[in-house]
Design a protein around this ligand. Structure first.
Ligand code: ADP
Length: 645
């Protein structure tokens, strides 16, 4: 027998479970049944390639009670676990839910809120310790000859040893604490208690949940009355506690909101209600029932690109596969739910799915339904939509480049929320932006950067702000990609105010152009001088039309990423070449006017070297970039101050 320590976070969690004041302790059974149902799904899936693994008996979940020993056992004949899997899954790995749970708990504690209110968290297997003194798990992985027995009191450690089990699957035996109604611990050996809990939380589970029951019965005659002289006998039989009615096949009017929510939680292992539920039926050539959920918050799997619970594919109510990627583009990968097709064949494989016309049709339907639902939320409840956007906006925007379904990009653009120079703390939509465009303005102006605060401070915005042009603040790294994808919104192109040369206002004013030429002439000495001194750092030095209050700024080429995004990519370990940018200087700024006369007097004066470096450094600082050599910049400033004082 081996003894193992629980991982530190699991220990913390178990401690909370054991001492939990949470009154809805019944949910532990939902969690165990849900794990059993997942294990049956997985066996069904792996059974496609290993038919010999499928059990001879029907796939099911069985509850067993022992009133004298006070135990409740949940059996499943699913995929089972190897010894290593048991050690990892039931003790070593702190699951995503665990960490999230502990984090929220800490937050509540800091706010002085009682901890027990968040007991509805889906903390899975460990929640059984709310009602158990001891738990024993016996599991045998499909395809393996032996089983493993896991046991724990929940305090600090657990043991594992080899054992036998007739066939593959898992049995979780909960040694129950004494009944304490006040504390929420009911009698989980009581048939009626179990019936009620299963009905409430697990009615839609696709496998039968069976319970052996005992009935006193008396033999009856044809008239339905007890036969004369017949004695009461105890009859034992198994009853199925759940209806197994797939929620998604029932008409919407017959399913309560509560049922949808429970189903969502079962499906996603989420603990928070979904933001939106989408019920739809695809009619016509191909038929399918679709039940989708938009989660209210990011789950760990989505963030890490791991898609453990995406959209499940069923064919005529038979589970076919978990996370069917063919049904949903990556940019909607946060959507959860079920697609049940009536016309696909039962033995579809992954390879077939990728080419199947029907799958493509269903996917287009799913995409349309999701985008419509999002549009609905945006129109009906802006605040609710904003909370969704904060969670999933960056993922959704991935659909704006590289997503093959072009016609949907327009629908997606309508869903974009972003900060802007005129949106204050809030967001604007692109449609709202367009209504505020100035006469003669044809492009949608934007500036990319790392945070709305740093973008708002950028000198690149000055002239736009002064002339009243609104600029969008695009601050997700993905913005850099789609904003360059040559998209149009209501006929308007997107144009970065931090890149290339900008033309503000009506262009045909000859006079302005002449003036510019003239200024450029009079600034020739300073432009040439700066170019020479800064040749290693900048590609070009030119006069700016975008600056008002600042003396200088740096501008990328039209097709380059902004320096902030380059920096971000570098930090993520990617090799990004340092690209030279153009330095734009403001001819109206006092500093430039003075520099001009210095350069005219003596372009080789030693001080000018330092001034040029300071000017360049200042442009870097103003846009929020880092100085390549902060120490020497500091020295130059100190020198300058000394002189001035
Ligand atoms: P979750 O169900 O959210 O993943 P749990 O703590 O309930 O979290 O379970 C942890 C893991 O243990 C599961 O992801 C699964 O891999 C494994 N597991 C739990 N119960 C079973 C079971 N009955 N059969 C097979 N594997 C199981």
């Amino acid at each position: 027998m081996e003894q193992h320590e629980f991982q530190a976070e699991v220990k913390q969690l178990l401690d909370l479970m054991i001492h939990s004041l949470y009154s809805h302790k019944d949910i532990f059974l939902r969690e165990l049944i849900s794990n059993g149902s997942d294990a049956l799904d997985r066996l069904r899936f792996e059974g496609l390639t290993h038919p010999e693994w499928m059990p001879a008996a029907e796939q099911q979940i069985k509850l067993d009670v022992d009133k004298t020993r006070r135990t409740l056992t949940v059996h499943d004949n699913g995929i089972g676990m190897t010894k290593d899997e048991m050690i990892q899954n039931l003790g070593t790995i702190a699951r995503s839910g665990t960490q999230e749970f502990l984090r929220l708990l800490k937050e509540r504690k800091e706010q002085g809120l009682p901890p027990e209110l968040i007991g509805q968290f889906g903390v899975g297997f460990y929640s059984s310790f709310m009602v158990a003194d001891r738990i024993v798990v016996v599991s045998r992985r499909a395809g393996e000859p032996h089983a493993t027995r896991w046991e724990s009191h929940g305090a600090g450690a657990f043991t594992v040893e080899e054992t036998e089990r007739e066939s593959s699957g898992t049995s979780v035996t909960v040694h129950l604490k004494p009944v304490d109604e006040e504390d929420g611990i009911r009698d989980y050996t009581d048939e009626w208690v179990l019936r009620e809990i299963v009905k409430k939380y697990s009615d839609f589970v696709a496998y039968p949940i069976r319970l052996p029951v005992e009935r006193r019965e008396i033999e009856k005659g044809a008239d339905g009355k007890p036969k004369p002289g017949a004695k009461e006998e105890i009859v034992r039989r198994e009853e199925t506690l759940n209806s197994m009615k797939a929620v998604w096949t029932r008409p919407k009017s017959e399913v309560s909101e509560e049922e949808y929510k429970e189903f969502y939680k079962h499906l996603s292992h989420d603990f928070v209600d979904p933001l939106e539920t989408i019920v739809a039926r695809m009619e016509g050539h191909f038929e399918a029932n679709v039940l989708l959920f938009l989660p209210a918050h990011q789950s760990w799997d989505v963030l890490h690109g791991e898609k453990r619970h995406g959209i499940q594919l069923y064919v005529k109510r038979v589970f076919i596969m978990e996370e069917c990627r063919e049904l949903i583009p990556d940019c909607l990968r946060f959507v959860r739910g079920v697609v049940d097709s009536e016309s696909l064949s039962l033995n579809v494989s992954r390879e077939i799915l990728q080419q199947d016309r029907q799958i493509r049709a269903i996917r287009a339907f799913v995409v349309r339904k999701v985008l419509d639902a999002l549009k609905g939320v945006l129109q009906a409840d802006r605040d609710r939509y904003a909370t969704f956007w904060k969670e999933f906006g960056a993922i959704l925007k991935q659909g704006l480049y590289g997503w093959e379904e072009n016609e949907r990009k327009d629908a997606l653009l309508h869903l974009v929320l972003t900060g802007s120079s005129q949106s204050g703390d809030g967001f604007t939509t692109l449609a709202e932006y367009v209504t505020r465009m100035k006469p003669g303005q044809d492009a949608i102006y934007y500036l990319t950067g790392l945070t709305p605060e740093s973008v708002a401070q950028s000198p690149h915005l000055e002239a736009f702000r002064e002339k009243g042009y609104e600029v969008l603040y695009l601050t997700d790294p993905v913005d850099e990609l789609w904003s360059q994808a040559a998209l149009e919104f209501e006929g308007h192109k997107f144009q970065s105010v931090g890149k290339g040369e900008v033309e503000l206002g009506p262009k045909d004013e000859k006079k302005e152009e002449e003036e510019r030429q003239e200024t450029a002439g009079s600034y020739k000495a300073v432009l040439d001088g700066l170019r020479e001194i800064l040749a290693e750092d900048v590609k070009e030095v030119r006069l700016s039309t975008r600056l008002v209050a600042s003396p200088a700024c740096l501008v990328s080429a039209e097709k380059d990423y902004s320096p902030q995004v380059d920096e971000l990519m570098r930090r993520m370990g990617q090799k990004v070449e340092r690209k030279k940018r153009s330095l734009e200087v403001n001819p109206k700024h006092e500093l430039l006017i003075k520099l001009r006369s210095c350069f005219e007097k003596d372009p080789k004066a030693p001080d000018l070297q330092n001034y040029a470096r300071l000017l360049y450094g200042q442009a870097l600082l103003a846009e929020g970039s880092q100085l390549p050599d902060a120490a020497s910049y500091g020295r130059l400033i100190a020198e300058l101050m000394t002189k001035a004082l």
